[in-house]
Design a protein around this ligand. Structure first.
Ligand code: ZN
Length: 471
C-alpha cells in the first residue's frame, strides 16, 4: 500500500475528475471512509486467519481420521477451488465463450483492495465506483489472507467481481447500465450426524484426539459437562464418553463441524447425559434428558482460585472482636482489588455501607435465594440498588472495609432468610424446560438420545452406516 498521503491524493484526484463540485464534501467523506476500511483489513488479518481455521475444524484432523466415519476429507484447496468454480457459474454463463476471462487471485498477507485491484490491472477508480454503487461492497473491507477474489475486466474496465468469503458464502458484483449491483450467495450445507467415543487413558484431550475429534469439539463437550465434572481434578483413567455432533457437507464433501447434539460422559462410574435443544424463542442450550438445564444457576465461588481463609461456622471466635460470634459465610483471601463476581443472575437489593460488612452488595436471585458480598474495596461500575446482574458479572473488588483483619471477601448464601454454608449448600440447577414446552422438548430430543443410545449397542460397521445415512 502506498503511503497514506499518496493514496489519499489518488482518491482525491479520482473524485475531482468524476464528482460534480456540489458533491465534493460528501464525496470526500466517502473517500475518507474508504481509506479507513481498506487500512483496517490489513491490521486484522493475522487474527482473522486463525479464526477462519477454527471455523473449519473438520479440515484440521486430516490423516487422524478413525474408521467411525468412512468419509475422506478433501484438501482445503480442492474445496475452495470447487466451491469457487461452482458459485461462479451463474456469472460466467452470461459471458460468450471467447469473451474476457475471469482472473482469480488469492489474497496475500498485507494485501488491501488497492493492491488487489492493481494486480488485476485496475486502479482505485474501480474501487470507488464499486463502493458508491453497491452497498454490499462494504463487506470487501473484511478481506482476509487465503480468500479468493476474481475479476472480470473488459477494455480496462471492471465489469464483474467475485469474492469468496468461505466455503459457504460469496459475494458477486456485476456492472449493469446503472452501475454495479451486488449479490450475496449463501450455500446451505447438508448436516449429518457423526459419532465419536473414547475411553480416557491419560487425558481427555488425548482421548479426543485418538477418537479423531477436533480439539474444539472436545472443549465443547467439556463445557457441556463442566458443571457436573471438574475436568481438571475429577478425570480418571477408565472414564469414557460418547458424542454425537453435526458435520457440514457441501456436495458430498465434508467442510466443517457443527454443534454437539447429544453426549454422554461417564466419570468414576457415574454417567451424565446431555442433549441440545432450541426453544420456541430460538435459544439453544443443553439439558438432561428429563429437561433440567445442564448449567447450574449458581457459581460455587465468587472469586476464581482464591484460598478459603475462614469457613462457615456458627460458633466461631471472631478474629477482631475475640468473642464467640457466628461466622455466617465463607472468607476468601485475595489481593486487594481482585474482581468479585455475582454467583447467579439477579437484582441488587443493596449496594452500600452496612456496619461490620463495610461496603457490601446483596443480590436477590428469586426462589428465596440471596447472596451477600462483604468488605469490598469498591463497587463495579453500574452496580447500585435495583440494578440487574448476570452470573459471572464483576460486581466489586476485594478490600477490607468494615470489620476485617485484612483484605478478603466475606460471602454469604441465604435460602429463605436462613444462612447456609456456601461451600456445601446444594446449588439449584438452572431453570429447566417450561411446562408448556415439555412436550415439544421431548418430541425433539427423544430421537437424538435414541440415536446416541443406538450407537452404544452398535458395532463399528453399523455405526459407520448410520452416520452416513442419518440426516
Ligand atoms: Zn467473613
Amino acid at each position: 500500500m502506498p503511503p497514506i498521503k499518496h493514496y489519499y491524493s489518488i482518491v482525491r484526484s479520482t473524485l475531482l475528475e468524476h464528482v460534480p463540485r456540489g458533491h465534493l464534501a460528501a464525496a470526500a467523506l466517502i473517500s475518507a471512509g474508504l481509506l479507513i476500511l481498506i487500512g483496517s483489513s490489513n491490521d486484522s488479518s493475522p487474527q482473522a486467519v486463525s479464526v477462519q481455521s477454527v471455523n473449519i475444524p473438520g479440515l484440521e484432523i486430516q490423516g487422524t481420521e478413525t474408521q467411525a466415519t468412512p468419509i475422506a476429507i478433501p484438501p482445503v484447496e480442492a474445496i475452495i477451488q470447487e466451491v469457487a468454480a461452482k458459485a461462479e457459474t451463474p456469472v460466467a454463463e452470461t459471458q460468450t465463450p471467447i469473451g474476457p476471462q475471469w482472473k482469480e487471485f488469492t489474497i496475500q498477507n498485507g494485501d488491501n483492495l488497492s493492491i488487489l485491484f492493481k494486480r488485476a490491472g485496475l486502479n482505485d477508480r474501480s474501487i470507488y465506483e464499486l463502493f458508491s454503487d453497491a452497498k454490499d461492497a462494504k463487506d470487501l473491507r473484511h478481506i482476509r489472507p487465503g480468500q479468493k477474489m476474481s475479476f472480470l475486466v473488459e477494455n480496462g474496465r471492471l465489469t464483474g467481481l467475485k469474492y469468496v468469503i468461505n466455503e459457504l458464502n460469496s459475494l458477486t458484483f456485476e456492472r449493469g447500465n446503472k452501475g454495479f449491483t451486488g449479490k450475496q450467495i449463501a450455500l446451505k450445507p447438508d448436516i449429518k450426524y457423526a459419532f465419536r467415543q473414547a475411553t480416557i487413558d491419560s487425558s481427555l484431550y488425548m482421548a479426543g484426539k485418538r477418537a479423531g475429534m477436533p480439539s474444539n469439539l472436545t472443549m465443547e463437550m467439556a463445557n457441556i459437562f463442566g458443571w457436573d465434572i471438574d475436568f481438571a481434578l475429577d478425570i480418571q483413567k477408565g472414564d469414557s464418553f460418547k458424542v454425537m455432533y453435526e458435520e457440514q457437507f457441501l456436495d458430498g464433501k465434508r467442510i466443517g463441524v457443527g454443534k454437539v447434539m447429544a453426549a454422554e460422559f461417564t466419570n468414576g462410574g457415574k454417567t451424565f447425559k446431555a442433549v441440545r435443544y432450541t426453544d420456541k424463542e430460538g435459544n439453544s442450550a443443553y439439558y438432561t434428558p428429563d429437561g433440567r438445564g445442564m448449567h447450574k444457576a449458581f457459581l460455587r465461588t465468587p472469586i476464581e482460585f482464591a484460598r478459603i481463609s475462614s469457613h462457615f461456622n456458627l460458633a466461631r471466635k471472631h478474629p477482631v472482636l475475640h468473642i464467640i460470634r457466628a461466622h455466617k459465610g465463607t472468607d476468601y483471601a485475595a489481593a486487594r482489588g481482585t474482581p468479585i463476581r455475582a454467583t447467579g443472575n439477579g437484582k441488587v437489593s443493596f449496594a452500600g455501607v452496612k456496619g461490620g460488612y463495610g461496603n457490601v452488595v446483596i443480590i436477590q436471585h428469586g426462589q428465596g435465594i440471596a447472596t451477600l458480598y462483604g468488605h469490598m474495596n469498591g463497587f463495579a461500575k453500574g452496580v447500585r440498588n435495583g440494578s440487574r446482574v448476570s452470573q459471572g458479572d464483576v460486581i466489586g473488588y476485594v478490600g477490607s472495609t468494615g470489620l476485617a483483619s485484612g483484605p478478603h471477601l466475606h460471602y454469604e448464601f441465604h435460602v429463605n432468610g436462613q444462612v447456609r454454608n456456601p461451600v456445601t449448600v446444594p446449588l439449584p440447577k438452572s431453570i429447566g424446560i417450561e411446562k408448556t414446552e415439555i412436550a415439544r422438548f421431548t418430541e425433539t430430543t427423544r430421537p437424538l438420545i435414541a440415536k446416541l443410545d443406538q450407537f452404544k449397542s452398535s458395532n463399528r460397521l453399523a455405526i459407520a452406516n448410520n452416520s452416513t445415512n442419518s440426516n
